[in-house]
Each structure stands twice: as structure tokens, then as C-alpha cells.
Ligand binder design. Structure first.
Ligand code: BYC
Ligand code: FE
Ligand code: FE
Length: 474
């Protein structure tokens, strides 16, 4: 269905035909805007930002570009077109009809998953709210705001489902999505990573590389859901998500590139020399990477999970790209886990495949994370340097699952707690690292200019030059 931009709330769900739902959402809209003004990007609300807005959900028409003030962005409700051939794709009900309404027995589970997904979206906007003040270029500033408005739209996507399919308790949950806040002591966001501060741009790029990628995998698994409105909502969100990971991958890549340029210029890989020249050295990049990768791994949940088994059995949440698997029921199969034996060693344990779904997803995610590292390492090697970036072991610094609170080194070897504490500065960003990175975070607002710690991107947005005025500061 075509997107309707005449309504107060743009949509392709024929919102006008459901007065009650339309009124409920129109009631929530000013609350959202109040939240955006209070908790969204600090300042810049009257700047004109070169944003893309979806105007249709098909492949070619969904992105139109133009300068918009963020509060005037047309946040709307867009679902991918229905696929009449699609059936329940996994679990006990494999092959049956999809659900167009929420089955009573799955109501609280679905609500909880939708709320958890919805909670991450505004959380990320809150985490990033101060970054506009230290953007390395107008190009980057624009990308930050593009990500922010789209995360705001992802919140709309989940709020539509809550209002449209969960009645009164859905409306209450929608209100609470604006009441929890990232990092709040009394009322924090639901998942750990979304309460971590993102106070510098290196963290922002790590977050969009690693944490938005969790978003990609979670959305892919929800896009398989038998609850068709959820699946179609998530399918469309994935088209927007790709840009967030692009920002992360190219962002880290440009920080690495700048470091390489200076290593060449100085003829040295010495971190202190790189820092003295005003860029970020590879060991510091590695420590930031260790932090955000390990934090994001926890977002997949525990490695054995009866919740995950029930989601799969009931057709609620599948595996990303479920179609690629041969067995969509997984009744008899097992998965081999390596878990700590409690005495400093490692134990192999076979668990029912359905209970290991979080781990299956986490593994696909890790593989996807490796792609960027290969690319960055190739650039380092090509320049003739020996340094490289690696993903730490999935056992490292976990707080969820079998490896939670088991101290290991970056390779996943169990070490005594005291040794972990003693080596923390080698593993994770130190206060001095953070202070150094913070010292580089000086805003650059002249079109086409770039901060000294980051290389320019290969190209501008939507075929525009790098010198284009991506944000007209007000
Ligand atoms: N922090 O049985 P388990 C995105 C809890 S990112 C705190 O393994 P389950 C985005 C868990 O809730 C994608 N608590 O749980 C990115 C459970 O609690 P209860 C977000 C955690 O249900 C960037 C208990 O531990 N989407 O979109 O299998 C910018 C036992 O665990 C954490 C989703 O997450 C944690 N990290 O799996 C913007 C999809 N992990 O029941 C946006 C929806 C686990 O004992 N959520 N717990 O009280 C889910 O599918 C599942 O809730 C989870 C957890 C995968 C998160
Ligand atoms: Fe999102
Ligand atoms: Fe995202």
C-alpha cells in the first residue's frame, strides 16, 4: 500500500480507517515530541538537516532526501508489503497460517519482546544526545541525526504494534517507553548495553558497528515471526538499519585509516607518537572494540534459554534467515556448547538445539562482525604495518549466560579474578584512554572540513560532494 503523508501520522496501514487506533496514536504523538525535545539530540533542533525520509516501502522509492528540521521529520508507520505465500516458518506450527492478530496464549510473550525491542530505540537516541556538540564534520553530524530520527521511527514501529494489537496494556507500555531513560538509576532501559554512556565518537562508531548489528540480527529473527504485523514491521526496519551499520563500519574504518596515514608519515607504530600527532592509536581502538563487542554479545541472552526454546517452538521468534536452515522444527537436534566447569576448566555440553537459539544467533552475529575487521586489517597490512584488530573471545567479560562473571583474558582463557583486575587496563579503555579520546572531540562545522583524528569518507551522501552543507546550522 502507498504511503500516506497527508495524515498527521504518515503510514501505509490505512490508519484513517481505524479511528480508535488513530486517536490513540495521535494522543501519543505529542508525548513522543516532548520526549524528543527533552531527551533527543541536545540543540540542533532548528538546524536544517539533509535527511532521507521513506516515501514508499519498495526497493527504489523508499528514500527521498531533503533538508528538514528534526522535530518536523515525518515519523511514520511503515510495514513491508504482505507476502500472501508466507506461512509459519519454524517451530511446532510449521507450515500453518500466519497470525494477523495476537493469539491469546502468546500475548504476554509477544508484548514483552516488542517492549524490549521498542525500549532499545529511544535508549540509543538518549545515549547519543550530546554527540552533536563534538561532531568531526557536518557529514558525520548529519549521519548521527539520520540514525537518531530513524531510531525514533523504530520506536514508532513498536508503539504502533502495542497500540494496535495489545489494547490498554499496550498503551501503558507505550507510555513507559518514554519514561524509562538510558542510565537512569531509578528507571533504566531494559538491556544493559543501552545504559552505557556514548560520550565520544569512537564509542558512537563502535556502538553503530556492534550494537546496531545486534539490532540487525534481532530484527531478522523477529522478521520471521508468525505474528505477521511484527514480521512486516521488522522487515522494513531492516532497510533503515543497514545505514546505521554503514556509519559504524566506515566510521571505524576512517579512524583506522587516519591512524595508518600518521604511522606512515611518522614511520612509527608507537601509540604515543600517534597520539601526539592527534589521532587514535590501534591499541586504543582495540580496547574500545573489546568493550562494545563484549557488551553487545550479552544482548543475545543466555546461551541456554528456555525462553528462546519456547519462542522457537511457538513460532514467535525464529532464526535470522530461517529459510537457510534445512530443519525448521529442530525437535531432535542438539548443539554443542563449551561452558566453564567451575574448576577453572572448560566442559563440552550438548543441549537441545531449541534451547541454544540465542547462541546460534550470536554465532551468526560474530561472523558478521568479523567482516569489518578483515577489511580494516587488510588496510593496515597493505600499508606495511604489523598491527591488527581482533575480536575478543565470546567468553570475555560476559555478564549474561554460562560465561557470566567468569574472568578470562581476551582469548577466552580462564584467569584468576585478581589477574583480570590487574590486567584490566590492557583489555578495556582506561580513564586515560577516555580522557585522551575526549580531548580530540572538538567540533568541526565548516562544510567539507574534517577533524584531524579521522579520515574523510570515500564519498558524500546521495551523490553529493563531501563539501555539501549536510547540516545548515541555525
Ligand atoms: N541485559 O533466557 P534469556 C536494537 C535477561 S538492539 C539485561 O537468555 P531471552 C538497537 C532476559 O530478559 C536489538 N537483561 O532471555 C541497536 C531474561 O530476563 P527474565 C534489541 C538481559 O528472553 C542499536 C533473563 O536475562 N532487540 O534494536 O532468551 C540502537 C534470562 O535470559 C540481557 C531485542 O532484544 C541483557 N543484555 O533473551 C537501537 C529483541 N539479556 O525473563 C536499537 C527482543 C538477557 O529472567 N528481545 N537478559 O526476567 C529478545 O528477544 C530477548 O528478550 C533477549 C533476551 C534476546 C534480549
Ligand atoms: Fe533501531
Ligand atoms: Fe539502528
Amino acid at each position: 500500500m502507498a504511503m500516506n503523508y497527508q495524515d498527521r501520522i504518515p503510514n501505509n496501514v490505512d490508519l484513517a480507517s481505524d479511528r480508535t487506533l488513530q486517536r490513540a496514536l495521535e494522543h501519543w504523538q505529542p508525548e513522543f515530541l516532548k520526549w524528543w525535545q527533552g531527551m533527543g539530540p541536545s540543540d540542533f533542533q532548528s538546524s536544517d538537516v539533509y535527511l532521507r525520509t521513506a516515501t514508499s516501502v519498495d526497493a527504489k522509492g523508499w528514500a527521498t532526501y531533503g533538508h528538514v528540521r528534526m522535530p518536523e521529520y515525518r515519523w511514520g508507520i511503515f510495514l513491508a508489503d504482505p507476502d500472501p505465500a508466507r506461512r509459519v516458518g519454524f517451530g511446532d506450527e510449521y507450515g500453518k497460517d500466519l497470525w494477523q492478530q495476537v493469539p491469546g496464549e502468546h500475548r504476554s510473550t509477544l508484548r514483552r519482546l516488542i517492549v524490549t525491542q521498542g525500549d532499545t530505540e529511544p535508549a540509543s537516541v538518549e545515549q547519543q544526545r550530546l554527540l552533536g556538540h563534538s561532531a568531526p564534520s557536518l557529514y558525520d553530524l548529519r549521519n548521527l541525526f539520520q540514525v537518531n530520527v530513524e531510531e525514533g521511527r523504530h520506536l514508532w514501529a513498536m508503539v504502533y504494534l502495542l497500540h494496535g494489537y495489545f489494547g490498554r496494556d499496550g498503551r501503558e507500555e507505550a507510555e513507559q517507553l518514554l519514561e524509562r531513560h538510558s542510565g537512569s538509576i531509578d528507571n533504566p532501559r531494559i538491556l544493559g548495553t543501552f545504559n552505557e554512556p556514548i560520550s565520544d565518537w569512537l564509542s558512537f562508531f563502535m556502538f553503530t558497528y556492534f550494537t546496531d548489528r545486534d539490532g540487525k540480527y534481532q530484527l531478522k529473527s523477529l522478521a520471521e515471526s508468525s505474528f505477521d504485523p511484527l514480521a512486516r514491521t521488522c522487515q522494513f526496519m531492516l532497510t533503515e538499519e543497514a545505514h546505521h551499520m554503514f556509519v559504524g563500519e566506515t566510521g571505524i574504518g576512517r579512524v583506522v585509516k587516519r591512524c595508518i596515514e600518521l604511522m606512515k608519515e611518522l614511520g612509527s607504530e608507537d601509540p604515543e607518537a600517534i597520539r601526539a600527532a592527534g589521532a587514535i592509536d590501534l591499541p586504543t581502538i582495540q580496547r574500545y572494540l573489546n568493550f562494545w563487542f563484549s557488551s553487545s554479545l550479552d544482548l543475545f541472552g543466555a546461551d541456554t534459554s528456555s525462553n528462546a526454546a519456547a519462542y522457537f517452538a511457538n513460532g514467535i521468534k525464529g532464526r535470522p534467515d530461517e529459510g537457510q536452515y534445512a530443519d525448521h522444527r529442530e525437535l531432535a537436534s542438539t548443539y554443542d556448547l563449551e561452558i566453564p566447569d567451575g574448576a577453572g576448566g572448560v566442559l563440552a555440553q550438548g543441549v537441545p538445539m531449541r534451547n541454544a537459539m540465542n547462541e546460534v544467533m550470536r554465532n551468526s552475529y560474530v561472523k558478521d562482525c568479523e567482516i569489518g575487521l578483515t577489511r580494516w586489517n587488510r588496510a593496515i597490512a597493505k600499508a606495511g604495518f604489523s598491527g591488527n584488530l581482533t575480536l575478543p573471545s565470546t567468553r570475555f567479560r560476559r555478564t549474561i549466560g554460562s560465561w557470566a562473571n567468569v574472568p578470562t583474558d581476551l582469548r577466552g582463557t580462564i584467569i584468576p579474578q585478581a589477574q583480570f583486575e590487574a590486567r584490566k587496563d590492557e583489555f578495556l579503555p582506561t580513564a586515560a584512554d577516555r580522557a585522551f579520546v575526549a580531548s580530540l572531540m572538538q567540533p568541526v562545522t565548516e562544510p567539507g572540513k574534517m577533524a584531524g583524528w579521522i579520515a574523510p569518507p570515500d564519498r558524500g551522501i546521495n551523490s553529493n560532494a563531501l563539501e555539501y552543507e549536510y547540516v545548515r546550522l541555525a
